[in-house]
Design a protein around this ligand. Structure first.
Ligand code: SIN
Length: 538
């Protein structure tokens, strides 16, 4: 059943709650003394202190409160539901079904049945459907961007930006569908011809995180559909609405029943994930999320030797050398540290700055961060939104407290913003010692922790001193150093003089404990098998 009444989001009670928040006068206090100066700033939490626009979606049928199996919108067999909240207001956005193993088995069976026909369609046919899907995502970009903001909290501009990024995977893989070329290999035997063909691997299990409610789905689903695979998608319980809206648009684009199935779950997540990884009908598992969960899924998938792609945790170093363009380095840090309020796997986590430019960089970064407008993403002027939930706040606070206890100085921010929602002040810490927790673990929050270094050799040692290896960034104008450092960083992706690496057409992925396989780019290969055929008897 679709929502037959206005979703709670748009109800008067919520508007009242939002307006009452206006009286809370939440202050973002930012103060401290430090070796590089003091910033004191007081500002109101953006959007919780003024009226929030409550205009809703233009196409309300994109807000869907059911799972999707074999072309039908369905509830959980138990009738149980998951409540989804807006992290900016802690208010209920709506519910989705709490599905379990039974529904997951049905979804996999539907995908296996649909694979029989979808895998036989021509690449051009799939290309055309994906192009329609892409066009629908562009047509509905306001609504899709808004949904992302509502369930994830990122500002509207970023929500819409994510939709653009997300749609670019559908466009890219539409174009890849028709280029899954095979090979002819000259044979040493005169009566034999060697041919290699690519075929879709089968049913794919897709498990995605809340930090990119849309783009992490299309990055996998686009490749799977283009290859001729069918899919069961498990979106995160925090942000299921984007996944369901995408499914509706895929359906409108002509994706046949059973080709995409969506299982929503929260309490039953362990059982559902196990089924998605162990069911013999599933031939491939693709996951984006934390490294500990990735290891569990990898183990489960090993039971049937499934092909696995994993994009897991990062702990990206961001290095500023003394020959860097400091303006560009500060811009890069603002973008890649605070994108999604610090909640991306490729966010800079550890900022290392060479001693002679240390004070200047820290001071300029602190100025920029002090000017952020933190608040409800629905406000046009909000630059940074909330963290996703209380656990996230706890981890960030722990990293700040630990760094301060070990001698770091708070230049800006440094604490939770009390009131509605899960907000933490965008924070800049200077004089962070190399042994601080923030230099060891992925923070997934808005803390720029700056550590001083003296030599290239020393900073490469710091940068690589982690089990993770997703992304790394550095700024230097010395061409020799650019090559040396890019080669020395133990990561899958390097931003040399840029913080902007994410695109559909690049091989996105990590090394070490940050993952397996590559997405985007030629990632369609991950959803195909390579078959060799020797033609004899000529
Ligand atoms: C992620 O955080 O997992 C993905 C980030 C990106 O695609 O840029």
């Amino acid at each position: 059943m679709r929502l037959s009444r206005p979703p709670p989001l748009f109800r008067a009670s919520l508007i009242r709650a939002s307006l009452s928040a206006r009286n809370q006068g939440v202050l973002v206090r930012m103060a401290s003394t430090s070796t590089v100066g003091t910033r004191v700033r007081a500002s109101e939490l953006n959007g919780l202190t003024s009226a929030i626009p409550q205009t809703g979606l233009k196409d309300s049928s994109l807000l869907i409160s059911q799972g999707y199996i074999n072309g039908k919108w369905v509830d959980a067999k138990s009738g149980a539901k998951i409540t989804v909240t807006n992290p900016a207001t802690s208010e209920e956005l709506g519910t989705v079904p709490e599905m379990g193993v039974e529904e997951t088995k049905e979804a996999i069976a539907a995908a296996a049945e649909a694979f029989k026909t979808w895998s036989k369609t021509t690449a051009k046919y799939r290309h055309d459907i994906l192009v329609k899907f892409y066009n629908l995502m562009k047509e509905h970009e306001e609504d899709l961007g808004r949904l992302i903001t509502l369930e994830n909290g990122k500002p509207l501009a970023e929500g819409k930006g994510e939709n653009t990024y997300s749609a670019s995977f559908i466009e890219w893989f539409a174009e890849e569908a028709v280029r899954t070329y095979g090979e002819h290999i000259p044979s040493p035997f005169p009566t034999v011809r060697n041919v290699v063909i690519k075929q879709p691997i089968g049913v794919v299990s897709i498990l995605t995180p809340w930090n990119f409610p849309s783009a992490m789905i299309t990055r996998k689903l686009g490749a799977a559909l283009a290859a001729g695979c069918t899919a069961v998608v498990k979106p995160p319980p925090e942000t299921p609405f984007s996944a369901l809206a995408l499914t509706e648009l895929a359906k409108r684009a002509g994706v046949p029943d059973g080709v995409i199935n969506v299982v929503t779950t929260q309490k039953n997540v362990n059982e559902v994930a196990k089924e998605m990884c162990e069911n013999v009908e599933v031939k491939k598992v693709s996951f984006t999320g934390s490294t500990p969960v990735a290891k569990q899924l990898y183990k489960m998938s090993a039971s049937t030797l499934k092909k696995v792609s994993i994009e897991a945790g990062g702990n990206a170093p961001f290095i500023v050398f003394d020959d860097a363009d400091i303006d560009a380095a500060v811009e890069g840090a603002v973008y890649v540290k605070f994108r999604g309020t610090g909640q991306t796997c490729v966010c800079a986590n550890r900022i290392y700055v060479q001693s002679s430019v240390y004070a200047e960089f820290a001071s300029r970064l602190a100025d920029k961060v002090a000017a952020f407008k933190v608040g409800n993403g629905l406000e046009q002027t909000t630059t940074h939104g909330p963290l996703i939930h209380e656990r996230a706040i706890g981890k960030v606070a722990n990293h700040v407290d630990d760094a301060v206890a070990k001698g770091a100085q708070v230049l800006v921010g440094g604490k939770r913003i009390e009131g509605l929602g899960t907000f933490y002040e965008p924070t800049v810490l200077s004089d962070v010692p190399p042994n601080a927790l923030v230099n060891d673990e992925e923070t997934f929050g808005p803390i720029a922790a700056i550590t001083k270094f003296e030599t290239e050799e020393e900073v490469i040692r710091y940068a690589n001193n982690t089990p993770f290896g997703l992304a790394g960034y550095f700024f230097s104008r010395d061409v020799g150093r650019v090559w040396r450092v890019a080669e020395a960083l133990e990561v899958g992706m390097v931003g040399a003089n840029t913080g902007l690496i994410s695109q559909a057409n690049i091989p996105f992925g990590g090394i070490k404990e940050s993952g397996l396989g590559r997405e985007g780019s030629h990632g369609i290969e991950e959803y195909m098998i390579t078959k060799f055929i020797a033609f004899g008897g000529l």
